[in-house]
Design a protein around this ligand. Sequence first.
Ligand code: UT7
Length: 326
Amino acid sequence: MSAVQHARILGIGSYRPVREVPNAEVVDAIDSSDEWIQQRSGIRSRRFAGADETVVSMSVAAARGALAHAGLEGTQVDTVIVATVSHLLQTPAAASLIAAELGTKGAAFDISAACAGFCHGVALANDLVRGGSAEHVLVVGVEKLSDITSATDRGTAFIFADGAGAVVIGPSDVPAISPVVWGSDGEQSDLIRQNIDWGTAVRDNVDEMPHLVMQGSAVFRWASFAMAKVALEAIDKAGLTVDDIDVFVPHQANNRITDVMIRTMKLPERVRVARDIVDAGNTSAASVPLALSRMVDEGEARSGDKALLIAFGAGLAFAAQVVTVP
Ligand code: UT7
């Protein structure tokens, strides 16, 4: 396979778990209220996956949607990249299982960059296609965070949720995925983490699932200001200005963070902004592809539009790029 000059997103798909969970269902266990959650985060409801909706099955469903949108078969995919922190089997990777179900060829591996994982996957896929190592790369962002969230943790129980989004990336005649701006601030890795590792939990007979803990207001301050700068850098690296952006798809962490970013970046009012969090919650690695997929389905993001993607979270890891909507 020879190197091609450019890559683009050829198709996008998503899977949302069947069960809708309104705020009313989570408030009692954390002494909260529907009003507080909506005011502080924008969330009204989220989806929790059932026992038969696994990281693998949700990914396969989202991937089938992306393949259909791209007009491709699973056998035409030669690399599968899965971004997740909630595939609870240490090995094999979720990607291997998903690849087997889809009948893809070639490499399949998981990456761990938490909420920023999907945008990391898009960056890798872009460079793999452009470098000639792959022709069609499936990138999945998937989470079943309800498995690793404590229903009694006030700082996370109302935020985290489940779902999957996927894209297929392949060759393009024109530039359609910009170079990524990404990074990791390990000095702040304590701000979002799993409270205890699985080995310790089992060895010490800890009578509770290890779960995510977050220092919400510190993450909020970091995300609101540092991420606007990263997003502007990504636009610049794409050779564009904010006036060229049609669609803004930030990680669905908090509508107030999105609002601060829009103001800081001076994003024009006509830019269409993803607000999937309202009924999807924060689905970590799945949040950006789920939000973009909905905008495509509802005609808010049109083929050829320039979409600014940015995701951030545990690590603290972040990644941003401008992509052309398929
Ligand atoms: O996806 C990875 C990236 N994650 C993020 O970007 C998340 C960023 N953080 C956030 O979105 C916000 O910090 C939260 C939505 C998690 C929390 O909102 P906040 O405005 O930062 O709340 P806070 O933690 O500063 O707490 C404010 C008040 C406190 O009461 P006092 O001290 O003002 O009396 C808390 O005790 O709200 C209280 N509180 C709650 N009240 C009702 C904290 N949690 C809750 C709750 N329900 N669940």
